[in-house]
Design a protein around this ligand. Structure first.
Ligand SMILES: CC(C)(COP(=O)(O)OP(=O)(O)OC[C@H]1O[C@@H](n2cnc3c(N)ncnc32)[C@H](O)[C@@H]1OP(=O)(O)O)[C@@H](O)C(=O)NCCC(=O)NCCS
Length: 204
C-alpha cells in the first residue's frame, strides 16, 4: 500500500486505491476469471496481462484522474475495479467504461456491493458524467450487482461473444455519475487521489 493512500471503509472490507504491491494479486484474480469465463480459445492466444503492463496502466490512469481501486477483506486483496475512457475521441471525455473482478474465494460476500459504489463515487468526484458497462447476458451476478448499484440496461448486443462453444450476447448498462447530463461539465483541476481522499465515503 502506498504511504499516502487514503484508507476507506470498515475493518472487514476496506476500499482503497490500488498500489504496485497489489499487482500480482490483481493479476491472479483476473487470470482466474478470464480462464473460467471464456473456455477453450483454440489457437487464439489470450493476451496475458503482465505485471509491468498493469503497473504502466495504473500510472497512466492516475495521470488521467481515473480511479483504480482494490477491496481488501481481512488484509487480503479480495477484488479490484477501475474505469477507463469509454472512447478515445474528445467528445466522449466525460464518459467511462469500467471493469470489476472479485477474488474467487470472496464471491457473494458483499465485495462487489462495496467496490462498485466506491468506483462510481470516485469517478463522479473526478468530474465524469456517465459510466458504461458491458455484461455477458448470462452473468446473473454482475447483472444483479449493477442493477443494485443504479445501472440500467440500455442495450443488448446479440452474439458478439463466443464462449464455451456458443455465441453470447452482451448487455450494455449505464449509470449517470453525479449530476449526469443535468448540468454542463466542470473543468478538472485536481488529481483523483485528492478527490478520493477528500470524499466522505461513509461507514457500513
Ligand atoms: C460480478 C461480481 C463482480 C460480483 O461480485 P460479488 O462480490 O460476488 O457481489 P456481491 O457479493 O457484492 O453481491 C452483489 C449482488 O450480486 C448478486 N450476486 C452475487 N453473486 C451472485 C451469484 N453467484 N448468483 C446470483 N447473484 C449473485 C446478488 O444479487 C448480490 O446482491 P445481494 O446483496 O442482494 O445478494 C463477481 O461475481 C465477479 O467478479 N465475477 C467475475 C468477473 C465479472 O463477471 N465481472 C463483471 C464483468 S461485467
Amino acid at each position: 500500500m502506498e504511504a499516502d493512500a487514503p484508507v476507506i471503509g470498515n475493518p472487514g472490507i476496506v476500499i482503497r486505491p490500488s498500489s504496485d504491491a497489489d499487482v500480482s494479486a490483481m493479476i491472479g484474480i483476473y487470470e482466474h476469471h478470464i480462464r473460467r469465463g471464456v473456455g477453450d480459445t483454440g489457437d487464439f492466444e489470450e493476451e496475458r496481462l503482465l505485471p509491468d503492463d498493469l503497473k504502466r496502466r495504473r500510472k497512466t490512469m492516475r495521470k488521467k484522474r481515473l480511479p483504480h481501486l482494490v477491496a481488501e477483506r481481512n488484509g487480503e486483496v479480495a477484488g479490484y475495479a477501475y474505469a477507463v475512457p469509454f472512447r478515445k475521441r474528445p467528445a466522449y471525455r466525460y464518459t467511462l467504461k469500467h471493469s470489476i473482478y472479485v477474488h474467487p474465494g470472496h464471491l457473494h460476500a458483499g465485495i462487489g456491493r462495496r467496490l462498485l459504489p466506491a468506483l462510481i463515487e470516485a469517478c463522479a468526484a473526478g468530474g465524469y458524467r456517465q459510466m458504461i458497462g458491458y455484461i455477458d447476458a448470462k452473468n446473473e451476478a454482475s447483472l444483479r450487482l449493477h442493477e443494485a448499484c443504479g445501472f440500467v440496461q440500455v442495450g443488448r448486443l446479440p452474439s458478439v461473444g463466443y464462449k464455451f462453444g456458443r455465441w453470447s450476447d452482451s448487455v450494455m448498462v449505464q449509470c449517470p455519475l453525479g449530476l449526469g447530463s443535468e448540468t454542463q461539465p466542470a473543468t478538472w483541476s485536481r488529481p483523483v487521489e485528492e478527490l478520493i481522499a477528500g470524499h466522505d465515503w461513509g461507514q457500513e
